[in-house]
Design a protein around this ligand. Structure first.
Ligand code: ADP
Ligand code: MG
Length: 333
């Protein structure tokens, strides 16, 4: 069987896509399509805080990459006319890094920590007093000359985003006023996003092409936008004025994704279950060993979409391929 490097294909976000994200990012509630449950909950929190003239509760966003967590943090800042300070978890490797950021916050700022599960525990502990008493306690120097100092912080709101909520420690988790789980989008929401993006990027797209992109997008806005952008590149190369279904299909072929949005690592995982474990049930530990991937990553990053589309079943005795899986991969039972 062909060896696929799962780690490399998943989680990577080319530079090009980062600027695409920025261009297509909605900044108003109206343009933020779908996720009705989250929007409703958030609006209540924001309005209540506004009435009391207080900063709103600290928030935790979690869910798969590309579902709109960062976008929502930007939108909240725009709506509440606050400054957003964006920091990524891995960049906070020392206590001093976070202390410097916290002590530079201004009244009503929003501090957005992306990939919050990658903040090291000793650094994370600084948040506890920052949230509980709006103070941080630091020890300066070492040995007999060391001294403890406390710094007062302004009113601020912390928003953390993560793809791995199980890695956020319970003491931090319990300090958020609200926790929001981001779900996959409805197909018609993705279609609306694709249409909006095409308009912003300034080109025409056939409705069949919109539908094909939505179907292969893994119900994820970022991936839908990426497929749209690649299809546009192809259409331009061919001097076509409109993106049609054929162009989209060709784009999928080149990107090596199929019509359901499965990539090589998804097929690898499913074929492994079928060919090596007789279709399952196979325990996640055996699967982990066979794929050479962390258990949490398999459970939180690879499996959810496969489960969502009914290509994988989680049972008490292990993972199983389904009738649909065999059919889609064209493997006889
Ligand atoms: N609700 C939405 N409506 C329209 N576009 C969205 C929505 N959510 C995300 N997007 C698009 O997807 C891109 C990726 O979203 P992002 O917030 O960066 O995801 P995450 O932070 O969850 O990984 C955004 O730049 C935006 O273009
Ligand atoms: Mg993000």
């Amino acid at each position: 069987m062909k060896k696929v490097n799962i780690k490399k294909t998943r989680n990577q976000k080319p530079k090009d896509d980062q600027s695409l994200d920025a261009v297509l990012r909605p900044f108003s509630w109206n343009d933020y399509i779908g996720q009705k449950r989250i929007k409703k909950g958030l609006k209540i929190i924001l309005e209540a805080a506004n009435k009391r003239n207080e900063p709103f509760d600290h928030l935790l966003f979690y869910g798969q990459p590309g579902l709109g967590k960062t976008t929502l943090a930007h939108l909240i800042a725009a709506e509440s006319k606050s400054n957003l300070r964006v920091v990524s978890g891995p960049s906070l490797s020392r206590i001093g890094d976070l202390a410097a950021i916290l002590s530079n916050l201004e009244e009503k700022d929003i501090l957005f920590i992306d990939e919050a599960h990658r903040v090291p525990r000793p650094v994370e502990e600084l948040f506890y007093s920052a949230i509980d008493e709006r103070k941080i306690h630091l020890t300066l120097g070492k040995g007999p000359s060391a001294r403890a100092i406390s710094l007062d912080l302004p009113y601020f709101t912390l928003i953390c985003a993560t793809t791995r909520v199980n890695l956020i420690s319970p003491p931090l988790r319990s300090r958020f006023g609200a926790i929001f789980r981001f779900d996959y989008y409805e197909k018609q929401d993705i279609e609306a996003i694709v249409e909006r993006s095409a308009k912003i990027l300034g080109f025409e797209i056939a409705s069949e092409a919109v539908s094909a992109i939505a179907r292969a997008s893994r119900f994820t806005p970022r991936l839908a936008n990426r497929l749209l952008k690649r299809s546009r590149d192809f259409a331009e190369m061919r001097n076509l004025k409109i993106i049609d279904k054929e162009i989209v299909s060709e784009t999928f072929k080149i990107l090596e994704i199929d019509e359901m949005g499965l990539e090589s690592y998804d097929r690898h995982l499913l074929k492994m279950i079928i060919e090596k474990f007789g279709g399952g049930p196979v325990g996640v530990n055996a699967l982990t060993a066979a794929l050479g991937e962390e258990k949490g990553v398999i459970e939180e990053v690879y499996e959810p979409y496969l489960i969502k589309i009914g290509f994988l079943q989680r049972t008490p005795i292990g993972r199983m391929a389904t009738e649909e899986t065999y059919k889609w991969l064209n493997i006889a039972r």
